[in-house]
Design a binder for this molecule. Structure first.
Ligand SMILES: Cc1cc2nc3c(=O)[nH]c(=O)nc-3n(C[C@H](O)[C@H](O)[C@H](O)COP(=O)(O)OP(=O)(O)OC[C@H]3O[C@@H](n4cnc5c(N)ncnc54)[C@H](O)[C@@H]3O)c2cc1C
Length: 418
């Protein structure tokens, strides 16, 4: 085992030991069936220090890299995809603060102390009909004389709804119609005007309890505002860090789901017999080929996640090439998860079609991967533009390389060119 793989194994043992993974896996069927939040998982993950993995050592955390957290998230998703997907949102917010600090911007450093103090961060960005995602918002941000804002709008699919204490969100300050500004900041739970929907009855990822959040004239304190950016794609480190952490950690969850699906598939083939063949299905060539192809398809996905997370950690400058890498890694992972989950279902046979069977749950959980932005259709223009359009066509600033890198990724997060 290489040094790096040894460290991954040590981190797995420290933060997600086998016994914990098995307990989380055992609870996943219950949270799915009962449509409840993963309270017991979260308590154990918190006790294990998992919610502080990104916090740098100087703030008292273990200071793991995105590459290391990606591997851990793959492991957690293999036990309970809904738990991993929702935990991802907290990890992502802390990972964004970490990425910004590593690039010389300390404006989100308070996130570390708050994560160490037990605050739970959620990501309140998605809004109905806003396919610009990060580069625009349907939420109004009305400026106040003290430098704060009052936010009114609807955020959908806010994972961790039952427990978050800090919500990273955005809105538009249109007080100067000639220059509308996107305002990013952290809301505090309990602030008057925040209402969490009680509607949540979805196909998969049910434990994430990603309910809608209604904001009615909610105070965003001046010291909680982290960015004011022009509406539209902008070469800013915050949106680059969000896009990178979001795409790669979401991809990690679905890659972990896919890997687990192959184990469930293999178990199905070992346990079922073919009367015609007079042997276990694990010995039947067609079944072996199906499983072999599924593993063959998954290998480039995990390799791409490894390579891209390491490039991000090592501050590699891919310039405008970041967009296709980040979005490509996540799209490949979500597609692989759906294919692997289908193979698991086929290999588990009719028994796998029972709603409580792990193959059935993985199949439903994998379907959620179609909805994370940008979806495949929205991402195609990005890939076409990478080959066909000039930087000017794409609306990039011709500034320093970092500026190109950030503006390209802002578009990648929105999946749309303005
Ligand atoms: C399992 C899962 C977890 C996610 N977690 C997050 C997250 O933590 N943070 C985040 O920013 N994005 C999250 N997303 C959102 C996701 O990334 C997409 O942005 C979103 O699914 C796109 O939805 P849409 O525009 O197709 O939704 P739409 O079809 O427009 O709406 C989807 C759902 O949102 C609710 N909704 C829509 N309009 C309203 C309204 N006016 N009032 C109340 N409820 C309404 C309804 O339940 C509706 O079914 C998550 C998605 C999934 C599938």
């Amino acid at each position: 085992m290489s040094d790096r793989e040894t460290r991954h194994a040590e981190l797995a043992e420290r933060f997600l030991p086998d016994a914990l993974i098995e307990r989380i896996r055992a609870r996943a069927a219950d949270t799915d069936r009962e449509n409840t939040f993963f309270t017991a998982d979260l308590d154990e993950l918190r006790a294990q220090g998992y919610l502080t993995v990104f916090v740098p050592e100087e703030f008292g955390g273990p200071g793991l890299s995105l590459h290391e957290v990606s591997r851990l998230q793959q492991r957690l998703a293999g036990a309970a995809p809904g738990t991993a997907l929702a935990t991802n949102m907290h990890l992502m917010c802390t990972g964004v603060a970490r990425a910004m600090r590593e690039r010389g911007d300390r404006s989100l450093d308070r996130v570390f102390a708050e994560a160490m103090a037990g605050e739970i961060f959620a990501f309140g960005i998605s809004e109905p009909g806003n396919d610009f995602v990060l580069s625009d918002s349907t939420t109004a941000a009305v400026p106040q004389s003290d430098g704060g804002y009052r936010l009114t709008g609807t955020k959908i699919f806010t994972s961790l709804s039952p427990v978050w204490t800090r919500l990273l969100t955005h809105g538009v300050d249109a007080s100067d119609p000639a220059s509308p500004q996107l305002v990013y900041g952290f809301l505090t739970r309990g602030t008057p005007g925040i209402t969490i929907s009680d509607q949540w009855d979805v196909l998969g990822m049910r434990a994430s309890q990603s309910r809608a959040t209604r904001l009615d004239d909610v105070a965003l304190a001046a010291e909680r505002v982290v960015r004011r950016l022009p509406v539209g794609p902008d070469p800013d480190l915050l949106t680059f860090a969000i896009a990178a952490n979001f795409q790669l950690l979401i991809g990690s969850v679905y890659a972990g789901l896919a890997r687990r699906a192959l184990d469930v598939a293999a178990a199905g083939l070992r346990s079922r017999r073919s009367a015609k063949a007079g042997a276990a299905l694990a010995e039947v060539p067609e079944s072996r080929v199906r499983l072999a192809d599924a593993l063959y398809e998954l290998l480039p996905v995990t390799a791409m996640l490894d390579a891209t997370t390491r490039d991000f950690d090592e501050l590699v400058n891919h310039g405008s090439g970041w967009s296709v890498r980040l979005v490509g890694a996540r799209l490949h992972a979500t597609a692989a998860a759906r294919r692997a989950a289908e193979v698991a279902l086929l290999c588990a046979g009719g028994a796998g079609y029972n709603a409580g069977h792990e193959a059935s749950r993985l199949f439903r959980d994998a379907a959620a991967g179609m909805f994370h932005p940008p979806a495949a259709d929205a991402a195609r223009p990005l890939f076409a533009a990478a080959l066909l359009d000039t930087e000017n066509d794409r609306g990039d600033d011709r500034g320093d390389e970092r500026g190109d890198e950030r503006s390209a990724v802002t578009r990648s997060a929105s999946g749309t060119q303005r």
